[in-house]
Design a protein around this ligand. Structure first.
Ligand code: NDP
Ligand code: HSE
Length: 430
């Protein structure tokens, strides 16, 4: 066997700790697959005295993670600090400039600076590997970039945030409160350092931007992703979804359309019979559609120490074997400049929940606005009566254009009988 691959780990939190443990517990298995041992020799974190659950004796400690890149004894740097700027970005750039391969789980960094980092990596001829950045333990980067490389991908979509899926599942199955379940997800190591990235859909959007770049062979375009999170999904909406035969999931969807590439993250109602509706808890799912392969669905744990460490280890084994693929699947010069589709042009069916004063004529005002905007209704639900008080009313539309729906919503929200901001959830049937 060749000499061990010497790894520097920056960040010893949930994921860094998981990587240390995996490389120790599965050392023999990893060495057999890598063709040589993979050994962590240098580490960096903020707090040197913190117990990491794995002994750090014998490892070189750096207070400044960026210094890892220049350590002559280090072959490859693994960035597990997080954040699109600051030490994570500085370390990524320093590693590439030092001509060393970089492994990262940092989707924020890749979504925002991925195009530039890929250019730098290509110029220096070094690997930039990021299997752990999307969907935790699911090997989706390899699947899209290599396994499905012979196809034209027409769509890639899925449940891309374990924290949100865990929250929505617990709310539905156990009737638990949003804030309490989020605190649980944080304790389990699923959530981002700033959990608003999870619940506001930003983390899923980072991942979707990466998937879309791989699927459609264009540079990452995070700014073009339409993003909504799950803060406004209430227990009431979950109950109505159930009654209508749907489940609510936060989906990321990237689709090639005639008007350009449609990339969006938002809560969706999906039919209870759809395979993705049964993907619960911290599990993620990614569905890709290719012209020759048809539909492929991958599921697995999307967050947490073990699943994410599994993905980091896969990248390290590729590097140990010197298996290389261009960052986005094709060289920079071969990437396309396909335009993005504006969200206003999205066409679909909508669930609209209003809290209205229970008195005659209120529904007529709402439906008049929908009629004037050319929006056709499929069904309407009102549960309970409470004259003079607020009651929920649910409207489900036929296919309509987002722009018209938004204008209607703005007008409906201004009606004096509508007591709170309307809730809009898109319905995804395919
Ligand atoms: P944690 O917050 O658990 O760990 C972050 C680590 O970075 C800590 O060890 C911390 O040190 C260290 N760190 C922070 N700032 C500095 C600094 N300035 N210098 C040196 N070290 C620093 O994060 P996670 O492990 O959860 O996430 C790491 C990355 O992996 C992020 O990019 C995240 O998005 C991504 N990721 C996370 C997943 C998960 O399930 N948690 C799944 C997939 C990707 P200290 O411990 O001393 O405070
Ligand atoms: N916070 C992320 C999630 C971690 O919950 O999915 C995995 O990327």
């Amino acid at each position: 066997m060749s000499r061990p691959l010497s790894v520097a780990l920056a960040g010893l939190g949930t994921v860094g700790g998981g990587v240390l443990k995996l490389l120790r517990d599965n050392a023999d298995n990893v060495a057999a697959r890598a063709g040589r041992a993979i050994a962590v020799t240098a580490v960096s974190a903020r707090d040197r005295s913190r117990d990491r659950g794995v002994p750090l004796s014998g490892l070189r400690w750096y207070d400044d993670p960026v210094a890892l890149a220049a350590d002559p004894g280090v072959d490859v740097v693994v960035e597990l600090i997080g954040g699109s700027e600051g030490p994570a970005r500085a370390l990524a750039e320093a590693t590439i400039q030092a001509g060393k391969p970089l492994v990262t789980a940092n989707k924020a960094l890749l979504a925002i600076h991925g195009a530039d980092l890929a250019r730098q990596a290509e110029k220096r001829g070094v690997t930039l590997a990021f299997e752990a950045a999307v969907a935790g333990g699911i090997p989706v980067i390899k699947a899209l970039r290599e396994g499905l490389a012979g196809n034209r991908i027409t769509a890639v979509a899925g449940i891309l945030n374990g924290t949100c899926n865990y929250i929505l599942t617990q709310m539905r199955e156990r009737g638990r409160e949003f804030a309490e379940v989020l605190a649980d997800a944080q304790k389990l190591g699923y959530a981002e350092a700033d959990p608003s990235f999870d619940i506001d859909g930003v983390d899923a959007a980072h991942k979707l931007a990466i998937l879309a770049a791989l699927a459609f062979g264009r540079p990452v375009a995070f700014d073009h992703v339409h993003v909504e999170g799950i803060r406004r999904v209430s227990a009431l909406d979950i109950a109505f979804a159930n009654e209508l035969g749907y489940r609510i999931k936060l989906l990321g969807i990237a689709r090639q359309t005639e008007a350009g590439i449609d990339t969006r993250v938002h809560p969706c109602m999906v039919p209870q019979s759809a395979p993705i509706a049964t993907v619960d808890g911290v599990f993620n799912a990614v569905v890709a559609e290719g012209d020759f392969v048809g539909r492929v669905m991958l599921t697995g744990r999307g967050a947490g120490a073990g699943p994410t460490a599994s993905a980091v280890a896969a990248d390290l084994i590729d590097i140990a074997r010197d298996r290389r693929t261009p960052v986005w699947g094709a060289a920079g010069a071969a990437l396309s400049s396909a335009p993005s589709m504006p969200m206003d042009q999205h066409v679909g069916c909508y669930y609209l929940r209003l809290m209205v004063v229970d008195r005659p004529g209120v529904i007529a005002d709402v439906t008049a606005i929908l009629r004037d905007m050319g929006i056709s209704l499929e069904s309407m639900l009102q549960r309970g009566r409470s004259p003079g008080e607020a009651v929920p009313v649910v409207l489900v539309t036929h296919e309509t254009q987002e722009g018209a729906m938004r204008q209607a919503l703005a007008m409906i929200g201004k009606l004096p009988t509508v007591m709170e901001e309307p809730t809009l959830i898109r319905i995804e049937v395919s």
